[in-house]
Ligand binder design. Structure first.
Ligand code: NAD
Ligand code: ZN
Length: 365
């Protein structure tokens, strides 16, 4: 191909990141210079799993009108939830906030990204679900993950369920301005959740490394993330601290890998499942991936080995009692994610990925 005719993507990365156990203590010194005025508070969105957990919350710096808002991560973020939060913040602050800080897993990180965008863009968050629809830069936003795997800390999207679709706000304004990677914050994640969210990263690697969009950029990050996942989930010879450090970096590299490629079949099907049944991302990906030998034979075999090694069982019969129109809904959501299929199968994906084939896959779940 004549390289002069080809246009390459030019995407933003998180400009500032700190990594290290205990680095969470630097939050105050990091955000202080970003304060616009005494009346322009920082709004800190925190997973409510940390309510009453003084080890973490006592280290959150609050000054002037700063507000800490606890949010449940039991359900994935919705556009209506973002709209309500934005309205509440606008009504309760004297000036536009100095920044939004998200502390938690992918759910809280995505909420923080979306709220920071919607404080400077009119309308509903659902108006911006898609690619490059955001017009004005978001306000300063900081992401502090407390569980590793999604790559939401580094990605260019915030995944939201809206009235019509589950789709991210993908834009150059979505990535965090600052990320604090403190692996110690993940020390109390329950084992099953650790596995499901960690497998999100493993699946990112498999889908990226086996995709048609793969290039040397995404391959280099994907291979590193894959290697780290194996150290954490297969070799299993690490101290808890080493495992936390490595999984946090795996998540970062997995996110970087898909930044310049795409996810694939598991994510497309899992989005359908989540849209209809509210199945959460980590476990939903695992449930689907378990049945994808025909697409990712080696990855699925390894995944099953890891499930055994960590005594994880997946729910079965999720789609057993669904009716035809339910299947249609899931299939429509999955098929609408065209870039994921194109990455997984190639430009001609429509020839082999039919509604019937997806229905047969969903019926196994
Ligand atoms: P999550 O944020 O939903 O959290 C999962 C569970 O772990 C929750 O019950 C939460 O309270 C708990 N938890 C988190 N940290 C904990 C800690 N330190 N100790 C104890 N419990 C803790 O999980 P997730 O898997 O990180 O995120 C899933 C979300 O991320 C979905 O909404 C998905 O759409 C989104 N996602 C976004 C991207 C992106 O690029 N933006 C990528 C993948 C997934
Ligand atoms: Zn994912």
């Amino acid at each position: 191909m004549n390289t002069k005719l080809k246009s390459y993507r030019n995407f933003p990365m998180v400009p500032r990141v700190v990594f290290g156990r205990g680095s969470f203590n630097q939050l105050s010194e990091i955000i202080s210079p970003k304060r616009k005025s005494r009346k322009a508070p920082f709004i800190i969105l925190v997973d409510d799993v940390f309510k009453g957990n003084a080890w973490l919350t006592s280290r959150i710096p609050l000054s002037y009108d700063d507000r800490l808002i606890y949010i449940s991560a039991n359900e994935e973020p919705k556009t209506s939830q973002v709209d309500a939060l934005v309205e509440e913040i606008i009504l309760s602050t004297k000036e536009r906030p100095s920044g939004i800080i998200g502390i938690g897993g992918g759910t809280l990180l995505d909420l923080a990204k979306a709220v920071s965008i919607m404080l400077t863009n009119e309308g509903s968050a659902s108006d911006y679900q898609g690619w490059d629809l955001v017009k004005s830069p978001a306000i300063y936003h900081v992401g502090i993950p407390t569980i590793s795997g999604t790559g939401a800390e580094v990605s260019r999207t915030t995944v939201l369920t809206g009235p019509e679709k589950k789709l991210g706000i993908n834009s150059d304004f979505t990535p965090f301005d600052q990320v604090i990677l403190d692996p110690e914050l993940t020390k109390d994640v329950p084992t099953e959740q650790w596995f499901f969210t960690g497998m999100d990263c493993f699946i990112h690697c498999i889908e990226s490394l086996n995709g048609t969009y793969l290039n040397a950029f995404s391959e280099s990050y994907g291979e590193k993330a894959y290697e780290l996942c194996l150290e954490v989930f297969v070799v299993d010879k690490l101290t808890p601290e080493e495992a936390q450090d490595k999984l946090m970096m795996a998540s970062w590299h997995g996110g970087m890998s898909i930044a310049y490629s795409q996810v694939g079949v598991a994510h497309a099907l899992s989005y359908g499942l989540s849209y209809l049944l509210g199945t959460k991302h980590g476990i939903g990906n695992c449930i689907v991936f378990n049945h994808l030998e025909e697409f990712y034979p080696e990855g699925v075999k390894l995944f099953k080995d890891m499930m055994k090694l960590h005594n994880v069982e997946l729910p079965i019969g999720l789609c057993a009692n669904l009716e035809d129109h339910h299947f249609d809904t899931m299939i429509n959501v999955a098929l609408s994610l065209e870039p994921l299929w194109e990455n997984a199968i190639g430009k001609d994906w429509k020839k082999t990925i039919t509604p019937e084939r997806l229905k047969a896959l969903y019926k196994k779940i």
